[in-house]
Design a protein around this ligand. Structure first.
Ligand code: TEU
Length: 552
C-alpha cells in the first residue's frame, strides 16, 4: 500500500456559512476561516475541506452552484479566497474544495440557456424529456421530496432534478459537459487547490431508459436506479486521466448508493478513479422504511459490522474515509454518544474511534468541542430545505405533526449547521450581527474558549489524539481486526504492524463493563484513556470509557 499525505493526514471539514462571520452580516465568511487558521493548525490537522463557497442562489446552501469559477461575494469573493489559499499553504496545511457536478443551480448560465429552446446549444447539458400521459416521464421521487421532474412550459418538456427543482441534473452523457467539468477542476488545481470532495458523484451516470422505480423504499430506488449508473466508472476514469492524475491532489467521492460491492471499484488504486469515498452505511443506520425522517434505533452490532466490512472490502485495494458526522446529519455525540449524562466522555470516545481506525480521519467543525443537536421551538426556526420539504410532505400526508417535530429535532441537517461556538459572548462569538441560523443555546457551556482553558477538555483531547495518531503510524497503515463483535457494549479492535501491536477498547454504553474477554491482562500496558477512572484494572471500563492498550 503506497504511503501518501492524504492517507496520513487528518481532515477538518468547514461549513463556512456557520464557521466564523467577520463582516457582521450573520453569515460566516472566508475571512472568518483565515482568522481561525491558527486555531485549525493548533488541532494538528493537515487538510481543510471547505464546503461550497462558489456563487450560488443558496437554495441548498451552496450545493446549487451558478458559477463554478466564481467565489461568492457573500463569502468574500476571489480575493479572500486567494488569501485563504496562500495562508493555508504558508501554515503547511492543504485546502480541498467541494465539487458539485451532478447538478448546477437553475440560475447557472448553462441552464438558463438550456431552457430557452430545444435547439439551444446548451439544451443537452441537462436531461430533458417529454411527459407521459400528461404527467412526468416516470415515477421517480427527489431526495428532497416531490417528483424529480419539473415541467417547463417554454418547450413543453420536463427536466430532471434529483435534489430541489433549483438543482437541475447535468447530462454527463454529453462529452461537452464532461469537458466543462474537467476544465473547472483543472482551473482550481492550477490555482493551487489540493483536491476535491465530490458531491453525490455516485449519481452522475443515469440509468438507461429512465424506467419507473418498482420500489416503495426510497433507499432501494437510490440503489437500483439513481446510483452507480452504467457509465460511472468510465466517467471517473476519464476524469482521472484527463485531470486528476496530473496533479498531486486528493479526491474523495461522496455518494448515496455506494456499497460494499461497488465501493471498492471507485477507489481501487489500479483502476485510477478516486482516492477515497464517503459511503453512508453507518450514517443511514437509523433510517426506517420511510427514510431519514422515519428513524429507528441504532443497532450497535450493525454499526461495528459496517466498519469491519468496509475495512475488509478496501484492504490492500483502496483507502477508506472515517467519519461520524458532517453537515448533512445530526451531531455525532447526540447520535452515537450520550450528549446529556456522558457528554464529555462520549465525545472523547468518538474522537478516539475517528483517530484510531484505518482510513483518513475526517473531523467535522464543532465536533472537536462536542457540539450537540439543537431543538428549536418552532419549525419556522429551521432553514434546511430537506427538513422543510420533509415537513411539508408529512403535513400533506396527514402525519401527527407533534410527533414529526420530534423527528425534526432528531434528524434535521440544521443540527450540524448551527453556528460554531467560539465563546460565551453574544451569538457564541460567531457573529456581531444576527446569525443566519440560531445559535444552539448551550453555547455558554460548550465553547472553544472555555475548553482552551481546561487541560482535559474535549478540545485538548482531540489535539492529543491527533498528535498520537501522527506519532503512531500503525493507526494509519496497520492492520485491523475487530474482537468480540457480538458484545452489546464493547467495540474492541486490534491495530498492528510488524513493529507495534495495539488494542483499542471502547465502552459504548451508559454502564460500567468488565470486559472478560479471553486476553491476558499482563500482556498489555495502558497508553491512553479518555478518563482516569478504573486505571488499575485494564479491562474494566467506566461508562463511555475508551482505552488504548499496547501489547508488550
Ligand atoms: O448530499 C448528498 C446526499 O446524499 C444527501 O442528500 C443526504 O442523503 C442527505 O443530506 C442526508 O440528510 C450532498 C450534500 O452533502 C448535501 O448537503 C446536498 O444537499 C446534496 O448533496 C445535494 O447537493
Amino acid at each position: 500500500m503506497k504511503k501518501t499525505w492524504w492517507k496520513e493526514g487528518v481532515v477538518y471539514q468547514i461549513y463556512p456559512r456557520s464557521f466564523n462571520d467577520t463582516s457582521g452580516n450573520g453569515i460566516g465568511d472566508i475571512d472568518g476561516v483565515i482568522e481561525k487558521l491558527d486555531y485549525i493548525k493548533s488541532l494538528g490537522v493537515d487538510i481543510i475541506w471547505l464546503c461550497p463557497v462558489y456563487e450560488s442562489p443558496n437554495d441548498d446552501n451552496g450545493y446549487d452552484i451558478s458559477n463554478y469559477r466564481k467565489i461568492s461575494e457573500d463569502f468574500g469573493g476571489q480575493k479572500a479566497f486567494n488569501e485563504l489559499l496562500e495562508k493555508t499553504h504558508q501554515k503547511g496545511l492543504k485546502l480541498v474544495m467541494d465539487l458539485v457536478a451532478n447538478h448546477t443551480s437553475d440560475e447557472h448560465y448553462w441552464f438558463t440557456e438550456s431552457k430557452k429552446s430545444k435547439t439551444n446549444p446548451y439544451r443537452d447539458y441537462y436531461i430533458w424529456k417529454d411527459g407521459v400521459n400528461g404527467g412526468p416521464p416516470n415515477n421517480w421521487e427527489s431526495f428532497f421530496n416531490g417528483s424529480t421532474w419539473e415541467y417547463d412550459k417554454t418547450t413543453d418538456q420536463y427536466y430532471l432534478h434529483y435534489f430541489t427543482k433549483k438543482q437541475p441534473d447535468l447530462n454527463w452523457e454529453n462529452p461537452k459537459v464532461r469537458k466543462e467539468i474537467f476544465d473547472v477542476v483543472e482551473y482550481w488545481f492550477k490555482k493551487g487547490v489540493d483536491g476535491f470532495r465530490m458531491d453525490v458523484i455516485s449519481l452522475i451516470s443515469k440509468p438507461d431508459g429512465y424506467p419507473n422505480s418498482e420500489f416503495e423504499k426510497f433507499q432501494e430506488t437510490i440503489i437500483n436506479y439513481y446510483a452507480n449508473g452504467p457509465k460511472i466508472h468510465q466517467y471517473l476514469n476519464e476524469m482521472n486521466q484527463e485531470v486528476l492524475s496530473k496533479y498531486d491532489i486528493m479526491t474523495v467521492g461522496e455518494g448515496p448508493g455506494i456499497d460494499l460491492e461497488n465501493g471498492p471499484l471507485y477507489v481501487d488504486e489500479k483502476r485510477e478513479e478516486l482516492n477515497m469515498v464517503f459511503h453512508f452505511d453507518h450514517m443511514f443506520i437509523d433510517c426506517g422504511v420511510g427514510g431519514k425522517y422515519d428513524p429507528i434505533p441504532i443497532n450497535f452490532k450493525t454499526f461495528k459490522t459496517v466498519f469491519n466490512d468496509w475495512d475488509k472490502a478496501l484492504k490492500n485495494k483502496g483507502w477508506g474515509s472515517i467519519f461520524l458526522g458532517n453537515h448533512d446529519f445530526s451531531r455525532m455525540v447526540s447520535r452515537f454518544g450520550n450528549d446529556k449524562k456522558y457528554h464529555e466522555a462520549s465525545s472523547k470516545l468518538l474522537a478516539t474511534l475517528l483517530l484510531t481506525m484505518r482510513g483518513t480521519t475526517y473531523i467535522y467543525q464543532g465536533d472537536e468541542i462536542g457540539m450537540t443537536n439543537v431543538a428549536y421551538n418552532s419549525i419556522k426556526d429551521y432553514n434546511d430545505v430537506e427538513t422543510l420539504n420533509a415537513w411539508k410532505s408529512a403535513e400533506a400526508n396527514g402525519q401527527d405533526m407533534n410527533r414529526f417535530f420530534d423527528v425534526v429535532h432528531l434528524q434535521s441537517r440544521d443540527n450540524a449547521r448551527t453556528p460554531m461556538q467560539w465563546n460565551d459572548k453574544n451569538n457564541a462569538g460567531f457573529t456581531d450581527g444576527t446569525p443566519w441560523l440560531q445559535t444552539n443555546p448551550n453555547y455558554k457551556k460548550i465553547n472553544v474558549s472555555k475548553q482552551e482553558k481546561k487541560a482535559n477538555s474535549i478540545l485538548n483531547y482531540y489535539r492529543e489524539m491527533v498528535a498520537f495518531r501522527k506519532e503512531n503510524k500503525t493507526f494509519v497503515y496497520g492492520d485491523y481486526e475487530c474482537l468480540d463483535v457480538d458484545n452489546p457494549a464493547i467495540y474492541a479492535y486490534r491495530r498492528w504492524d510488524e513493529n507495534e501491536k495495539f488494542l483499542v477498547v471502547h465502552n459504548f454504553s451508559d454502564h460500567s463493563v468488565n470486559w472478560s474477554y479471553n486476553l491476558n491482562q499482563r500482556q498489555y500496558i495502558l497508553l491512553k484513556s479518555n478518563s482516569s477512572e478504573n486505571q488499575k484494572d485494564i479491562f474494566e471500563f467506566a461508562p463511555w470509557q475508551v482505552k488504548i492498550l499496547k501489547q508488550k
